[in-house]
Design a protein around this ligand. Structure first.
Ligand code: MN
Length: 194
């Protein structure tokens, strides 16, 4: 487990987020995208790799259009049970704001070198991860590519061309709600305040 940074940033007496000490269940690789209204709205893509959720914050969210590369800033690893987290992180705490589970499902690693599949950990180290999503909203192949220039934690999320690619459909605006609860950000915030 590599959750030291995750735990250091948070006071679990104050935030309802999981501390990451619960055991995992099931054996399929999970992916989740959490819509997070913090100081700025963004979408947190998390992929289960070797017992943690590798995480990227995507300001504009995923696109179905292969021509649109979406900036994805790598953030600290999160615990596996963070994939079910919806709620309000108190103001003044790290990531303060509201979180919903915008999409969730499983993924299959499609990362390859010379035609052979390599492990997710290896693909991550090389800065080129390919994966096939089976979610409630997102389907098909995506790639995360680490950029050469700029900051070290900067990646791009790109939809690969397949039958799920769609240059016109704007999924983040057309389907804003949680796949777990059906709630939107505003519902969760208001319920927490009540
Ligand atoms: Mn976030």
């Amino acid at each position: 487990m590599h959750l030291e940074e995750y735990r250091q940033r948070r006071d679990f007496a104050k935030t309802p987020e999981p501390s990451g000490t619960e055991p995992r269940s099931g054996s399929r690789s999970t992916f989740v995208i959490q819509k997070h209204k913090a100081s700025r709205l963004h979408y947190d893509l998390r992929l289960e790799v070797d017992g943690v959720l590798k995480s990227w914050a995507i300001p504009r969210g995923p696109s179905l259009n292969p021509a649109e590369k979406r900036l994805a800033m790598e953030t600290e690893d999160h615990p596996l049970n963070y994939a079910e987290f919806e709620g309000v992180i108190p103001e003044g705490e790290y990531g303060g704001g509201t979180v919903i589970v915008w999409d969730k499902g499983t993924y299959e690693n499609r990362s390859a070198r010379n035609g052979d599949i390599i492990s997710m950990a290896e693909a991550y180290k090389e800065g080129e991860i390919k994966f096939h999503l089976t979610g409630k909203k997102l389907h098909g192949e995506y790639a995360l590519i680490k950029t050469e220039r700029g900051q070290k934690n900067e990646w791009l999320l790109i939809k690969k061309k397949d039958r799920y690619a769609d240059a016109r459909r704007k999924l983040v605006s057309h389907e804003p709600r949680s796949v777990l609860s059906g709630k939107d950000i505003k519902d969760v915030r208001q319920e927490s305040a009540a």
